[in-house]
Structures are given as structure tokens and as C-alpha cells.
Ligand binder design. Sequence first.
Ligand code: SF4
Ligand code: SF4
Length: 101
Amino acid sequence: MGTRDCKHITASSSPSIGEAGRTGDWRVKHPEINNDICTPAKTGKPSCFICWSFCPDAVMTKTVPLTIDLEYCKGCGICAQECPTGAITMVDDDRGFSHTC
Ligand code: SF4
Ligand code: SF4
């Protein structure tokens, strides 16, 4: 429950960086952005930012180009799923736990 910068109570909470702490070494994958495809980087204009609006950990910046704070990114992959241009790829994290046998 939160207010999202208005006086009305809403049903969803507002994310904040570090609310659940640094990610540590348990993450399996992390996102990488292809700036040749990402709309703001490609056009040089502040546009799209769909990934930014969906990230539950608020670790993406609304900048040109946008950046991701991997200290806090949980590797959920929502940004990659929601990106309309396919600019985000989830790649294997080389820290800690490995899921290969
Ligand atoms: S949703 Fe995709 S195209 Fe849009 S800003 Fe994010 S990475 Fe770039
Ligand atoms: S993988 Fe999840 S936590 Fe990391 S930047 Fe994408 S949406 Fe945010």
C-alpha cells in the first residue's frame, strides 16, 4: 500500500533501491542492454522507459542511455520480458551459484 506521490491511497507499493538489500551472490542471470536497439539510446531522446516502469527494484535509471544498478538488480527478467524492442538480454551471472551440472 502506498500513495505514489498523491494523496490517494493505492493498492500497490512503490519500489525503492535497496529495500531488500544488496543482491549478493545468489542471482543466476542479469540483464544486459543493447544500446543499438534500445529506443532512448538509439534516438538520443528520453522515450520508452517501459523497462524502468516495470522494474520492481527501481534499479534502472530514466536516462539516455539508461543504466542498471547490478548491486541491487535481482535478475527477475521482467525488464527483458516487457521491452518491446528486445533490447534486453538476460545473461548468465558469473558470481556465486551456478545452475549448470
Ligand atoms: S523497454 Fe527496451 S527499448 Fe524501452 S527503454 Fe527499456 S530497454 Fe530500451
Ligand atoms: S532483472 Fe528485474 S530487478 Fe533487474 S533490472 Fe530487470 S526488472 Fe529490474
